[in-house]
Design a protein around this ligand. Sequence first.
Ligand SMILES: [Zn+2]
Ligand SMILES: [Zn+2]
Length: 368
Amino acid sequence: MSDAAPRDPYELLGVARDASPDDIKAAFRKAAQKHHPDRNPGDEGAHERFKEINAAYQILSDPQKRAAFDRFGHAATQPGGFAGGVGFNGVDVNLEDLLGSLFGAFGFPKGGRGDLRKEVVLTFHEAAFGTTKKISYDRAVSCSDCHGSGAAPGTRPEQCDACGGRGKIRFTQGLLGFVAERPCAHCSGRGFTVSKPCGSCRGVGIVAAENTLDVQVPPGIEDGATTMVNGAGNVTRAGRAAGDLELLFRVEEHPFFKRQKDDVFCSVPITFTVAALGGEVEVPTLDGKAKVRVPAGTQPGAQLRLKGKGIPRRNGSRGDQKIEVTLEVPTDLTARQRELLEQLAKELGEEVLPQRRTFVEKLKDLFG
Ligand SMILES: [Zn+2]
Ligand SMILES: [Zn+2]
């Protein structure tokens, strides 16, 4: 891919020759999002387009490189040319900026240890009983073609002249002449420069690669729980250890169940005849359907309990399932049903129910 002539960066980002830095930045963000490999699964070309867009931005976001491109055109951007390498031809190319825009485009934070964060979405059932989840994501890794050196295969990086390979420059500071050190700008603190950059990573030594992990999810995990996977984050600089990956677990809502600590809560409508006479209702549980006995005279809002049908605990036991009873009052009665209910109402008229009696008494107290 490095052998193909790079396309015009203005054309790639779709900006005018006199576009402002802000316009260029906005166009880059838009293009990077559109062509991000994550958004184009199965599209082999997306990775290449994404790299091209990144390369175009490296040129146009840097005033020096942009000016060089405007003057010399493609010659300035070809491998071995002015913009292809790091610290090449006496022009300081800031590696942190290069990485910054590469990481920025991937949603990686700039700088830091290369830690990443990723959400893992679980169903209610998976969260309750635990599972193994396969997750795939892009991260920055050391370029395998150049082993992270940034030098084209068959070439070697050269010791940096400016810092003698130390990667740091000493300078005296203040009136008292304190000797301090800062990273060498010529080699971006790497201690070496690359005259023929590796085509795969454009001399950065780092590329984006997909990582796949099997995540063991323990039973009973709660929404919002996190876990760390050491070394599964980004490599922010060749030769440095990768950052960590923090996984944030999200549990999907369930159509019936709500979690209350180790218990599973649900509400089940029953008919008023079952509530009055008692009976059996079928309820969903984490383990499939179950039958629950409704005692005669069950009031709306009463709670029934299924022992051991809740969330598994660490010690192997399980919470309960709590079932709140709601009353379903029939509508669209047939003439016969209505007649029966009217008879029942007449019957019940003799016998005042306790709650109703209290209510009637309170009403009397209030209005005399
Ligand atoms: Zn490389
Ligand atoms: Zn140096």
